[in-house]
Design a binder for this molecule. Structure first.
Ligand SMILES: Cc1ncc(COP(=O)(O)O)c(C=O)c1O
Length: 402
């Protein structure tokens, strides 16, 4: 089975972990800081704080952005649930926003409406969490302008977009997670992402004060900084000055991450080559009118965490009928040794969000996107032959089921 995503671990990655195992440090040693420096180099952000997962990164970013009990935060309806849950972890309520069905990205028009509505209710959002869906940056400047109008912070969920770039309004090329237009960005190092540490994540920021807060929140809210201590009892002394968490990433994991970080350029180049091969094959195939590769927002260069296709809705066809054809394609691909995936079930459909009263709003874009979307295999270890096999399998199923 060719999976939709998987890690690429090479001999030097294994050697790096083994070397770490032979060292004095398994956790909280110098490799964590070295990995964080590498992340700053890769993203261009001034500071990076490595944590135990992308979800932990979102939680701490929401806290550092000032989300507290009773606050509201806003995020995209088509994302992994963690993008919305981080607002809940911090005590706030997420408000979901519809997406552009052509790109899966948050709709700025819908975002403007929701923010105006919340402002009108006297509850302007404290934070907006745009998602760099599938690997291309959200319109971060557009989101930032809306956020600034109500004094909200922006957390870029860059779990999909390490290595991606976008052209800013001033013509400059900027990197995803550089925090050029946002207060925070978060990364994930889950094995299907661009580089892996097993589980892992990081928060990027250019704000030194926020960086220091994040360092404390990552480790129980504890500080040993003499300038901050309320008293000093001895050289062993530390103080818990806020309620933090144990969200640390280990030196073992960072040794793997550091080794992987050196390969980001090669991994992203391979992902782009695979996407180009899919694009070419699907545009030339006899069944090309039946599907559409996910559109990329203007001025973005994706790093392709995902390669998503959408089944084109036929004249007179309902979304339920599109979803039935997508199910047939999913099943048919699995029968042919290809393991696709669906990213994502819109968050507003999740029972826990419905029960908690967090599903209000209209989501025609998300529902349209969801009915026909399918993520095809995309990972740097895929050969051209694997890509061709996937394309053939898609063609074979579509011919049989159409
Ligand atoms: C968009 C997005 N945000 C956040 C996360 C959470 O990352 P992690 O699995 O490292 O906690 C994911 C994970 O898939 C994701 O896709």
């Amino acid at each position: 089975m060719i999976p939709y995503g998987r890690q690429l671990i090479e001999e030097d990655d294994i050697a790096a972990v083994v070397e770490q195992l032979r060292s004095d440090w398994l956790t909280q040693g110098p490799t964590v800081a070295r990995f964080e420096e590498a992340l700053c180099e890769l993203t261009g952000a001034r500071y990076a704080v490595a944590v135990s997962s992308g979800t932990a990164a979102l939680h701490l970013a929401a806290l550092a952005a000032g989300v507290r009990s009773g606050d509201t935060g806003v995020t995209s309806d088509v994302t992994f649930v963690a993008s919305a849950n981080c607002i809940r972890y911090a005590g706030g309520s997420p408000r979901l926003v519809d997406v552009d069905p052509r790109t899966g990205h948050i709709s700025l028009e819908a975002l403007r409406k929701v923010v105006a509505e919340l402002k009108g209710q006297g509850k302007p959002p404290k934070v907006i969490v745009p998602v760099d869906f599938s690997g291309s940056a959200a319109d971060l400047e557009g989101v930032r302008a809306i956020a600034d109008s109500v004094g909200a912070a922006v957390i870029e969920d860059a779990a999909h977009s390490l290595g991606a770039t976008y052209t800013a309004r001033d013509g400059a090329t900027r990197r995803a997670a550089s925090c050029t237009h946002t207060q925070f960005a978060i990364l994930s190092f889950h094995p299907v992402k661009h580089i892996t540490t097993g589980e892992g994540g990081a928060i990027c920021t250019n704000d030194e004060g926020a960086y220091r807060t994040l360092l404390e929140l990552r480790t129980h809210g504890i500080t040993k900084d003499p300038a901050k201590l309320k008293q000093v009892d001895g050289p062993w002394y530390y103080e818990q000055q806020s309620l933090g968490f144990h969200y640390r990433l280990t030196d073992l994991q960072c040794a793997l991450g550091l080794s992987q970080a050196k390969k980001l350029g090669r991994f992203v180049a391979r992902r782009r080559a695979i996407a180009a091969r899919y694009d070419r094959a699907f545009s030339e195939a006899g069944f090309s009118s039946a599907l559409r590769p996910l559109g990329q927002p203007p001025a973005t260069v994706s790093s392709y965490h995902l390669y998503v296709i959408g089944l084109v809705q036929r004249a007179g066809e309902t979304l339920t009928q599109v979803a039935a054809r997508r199910r047939a394609l999913y099943d048919g691909l699995r029968e042919r040794g290809v393991g696709p995936q669906v990213h994502y079930i819109p968050v507003h459909r999740q029972p826990d969000f419905v029960t908690a009263g967090l599903s209000q709003g209209e989501f025609p874009g998300a529902d349209t996107y969801y009915a026909g979307c399918l993520s095809l295999p995309m990972f740097p270890g895929m050969t051209d032959g694997d890509v061709d096999r996937v394309v053939d399998a898609v063609g074979s199923v579509l011919q049989k089921t159409s």
